[in-house]
Design a protein around this ligand. Structure first.
Ligand SMILES: CC(C)(COP(=O)(O)OP(=O)(O)OC[C@H]1O[C@@H](n2cnc3c(N)ncnc32)[C@H](O)[C@@H]1OP(=O)(O)O)[C@@H](O)C(=O)NCCC(=O)NCCS
Length: 168
């Protein structure tokens, strides 16, 4: 076994953030270089990377990870442990800092994303619910409730009864 060394410690921080009014952040959280608009709530153990925008009145619950190139609209709820992805490992492994390989994600307004969902680089229109544990692999352009891996339409927003599974 090698000799014990000293770890290279880095502190979590909230830095270079453009803040609207009445923003709440529960620490510890690692949030940098992003925009949190009026009334945004961020729970503990969240990371929000640079150039992200969180729209007015949106809530990011604990343990979620929001990476560069993600844009979240207004009045959204990102529940606990939601993971966003910008690097698809498209060349057989991580992009290793080559941001040209990263892809963006755009979330509309009033989108609720259930706990433990994974959002690949996609565009999701306004007025959508994503179920807990879903993996969203394709753009969603029709309002409704989506669940599963890969996520599929469960039913429309105003429908009481589930539809037969429809591919998104
Ligand atoms: C997706 C969701 C919104 C659907 O709710 P609903 O409209 O009441 O749907 P139902 O419970 O009637 O289920 C409809 C079908 O979808 C399936 N389903 C429901 N939620 C699912 C999920 N998260 N993943 C996979 N399938 C799901 C059900 O098993 C059911 O399938 P069936 O018709 O074959 O029996 C809800 O189940 C969910 O996951 N909400 C997220 C809640 C959350 O994460 N909150 C965070 C704060 S605590």
């Amino acid at each position: 076994m090698s000799k014990p060394g000293k770890p290279n410690l880095k502190e979590v921080a909230i830095r270079d953030v453009i803040l609207g009014e009445n923003v709440t952040i529960v620490q510890p959280a690692n949030i940098y270089g992003c925009i949190l608009e009026d009334g945004v709530f961020v729970g503990p153990f969240v990371e929000i990377q640079k150039d992200v925008r969180i729209g007015r009145g949106s809530r990011i619950q604990s343990h979620s990870f929001i990476c560069e190139l993600v844009d979240i609209g207004e009045a959204c709820v990102i529940a606990h442990g939601v993971m966003f992805i910008n690097d698809l490992f498209s060349t057989g492994g991580p992009a290793r800092g080559n941001k040209q390989l990263w892809k963006p994600t755009k979330i509309g307004d009033r989108v609720s994303i259930g706990s433990n969902a994974t959002i690949l680089p996609v565009s999701i229109c306004s007025d959508v619910v994503i179920g807990a544990g879903a993996v969203v692999t394709k753009d969603i352009s029709i309002s409704g409730i989506y669940a599963g891996n890969p996520a599929k339409l469960v039913r429309g927003m105003d429908e009481g009864s589930p539809l037969s599974e429809t591919s998104i």
